[in-house]
Design a protein around this ligand. Structure first.
Ligand SMILES: Nc1ncnc2c1ncn2[C@@H]1O[C@H](COP(=O)(O)OP(=O)(O)OP(=O)(O)O)[C@@H](O)[C@H]1O
Ligand SMILES: [Mg+2]
Length: 304
């Protein structure tokens, strides 16, 4: 049976006349990675901080592990929190920071192991202000794991990281998921959400405009698939003769497909005519492609 660890019903958060979160509902199951996506100012951090108990809501109902985060005093021991733009005391080292959290949260975790997981062992004694942006981020992630929490709130855990460090954090998130942790992840990297999230919700201007698995969202919103062929002028000439609609982009030819099944027919057509082409791929739009269009269309509608 699926166990719900977070449920949000008709949540509203207003700052004077702005509804930063405007009547949203969703739930997160135990063991799930759920990703909130949306452009700057969409209301992601506000939502996450209400769930953490850091901010109060204006109206609606919120349950985290069956408790109201606004009222519960014990919930904090079961949550792991990496705030957006995490920062720590100027002169303190990761070791000191971890020890402080361990004491405050009454945890019994092996701190060396946590430092190793986030690949920060060699910076254990470096003062915070001498750490790079990515190292600070890793410390934030380490701190969120100190109390072996049931739920982790990771607000843009990989922003500003180099590709290797980003992959390292992806692996940490995968390990946490494998241990059965539930994770609420916000990110601007759609590829990251596609890779890690079981389900995503796309927010814009305080509202959830769609939610589902990344595949379901792409399925619902994608435009035509394309067959990308790397080939010369001879290939394009044959495609013209065959009556296929295509565009050339450098060495690549992008053939618009009305149905994905047409791809085999086109490849066969070219093979039969002994056309010389290097390779071909079938390309469906990514989550990022559909996201940019979904969010962009709303902005355009509102500008009219
Ligand atoms: N304390 C506050 N007082 C007034 N307005 C606020 C406050 N905090 C956030 N807002 C506004 O609420 C809206 C949502 O902000 P929020 O930080 O939740 O967005 P976000 O989706 O996390 O954006 P980003 O991707 O930039 O982190 C924004 O318009 C922001 O200006
Ligand atoms: Mg934010």
């Amino acid at each position: 049976m699926t166990e719900t660890v977070i449920s949000v019903s008709n949540l509203v958060k207003s700052y004077s006349d702005l509804n930063a979160v405007d009547d949203i509902s969703f739930s997160i199951n135990k063991g799930e990675v759920f990703s909130l996506l949306g452009p700057n100012g969409a209301g992601k951090t506000t939502t996450v901080e209400i769930l953490e108990g850091v901010r109060n809501r204006t109206s609606g109902d919120v349950r985290v592990l069956e408790q109201d985060p606004e009222r519960s005093k014990s919930l904090i021991y079961k949550l792991g929190i990496l705030p957006q733009d995490f920062s720590f005391i100027y002169n303190s080292t990761p070791k000191e920071a971890l020890n402080f959290y361990k004491g405050t949260l009454r945890a019994s975790t092996d701190l060396d192991e946590i430092l190793a997981i986030v690949d920060l062992s060699d910076k254990a004694s470096t003062p915070f202000q001498k750490m790079s942006g990515g190292q600070k981020q890793k410390l934030g992630l380490a701190l969120s794991m100190v109390n072996d929490p049931e739920i982790l709130f990771l607000d843009e855990p990989t922003s500003g990281l180099d590709p290797r460090a980003r992959r390292n954090i992806w692996n940490v998130i995968k390990t946490l998921k494998a241990k059965g942790k539930s994770i609420l992840l916000t990110t601007h990297y759609l590829e990251e959400a596609e890779l890690l999230a079981d389900r995503v919700a796309i927010m814009n201007r305080g509202k959830i405009i769609d939610s589902g698995t990344p595949m379901e969202i792409v399925e619902r919103h994608h435009e035509d698939d394309n067959l990308i062929i790397r080939g010369d002028g001879e290939v394009s000439a044959l495609l013209t003769t065959g009556g296929y609609k295509f565009e050339r982009e450098g060495a690549y030819i992008k053939v618009n497909l009305k149905s994905i099944k047409d791809a085999t027919q086109i490849i066969n057509y070219l093979y039969e005519r002994k056309a010389k082409f290097e390779d071909f791929t079938l390309k469906r739009e990514s989550l990022e492609d559909v996201f940019v269009r979904m969010v962009g269309e709303i902005e355009e509608d509102e500008a009219e």
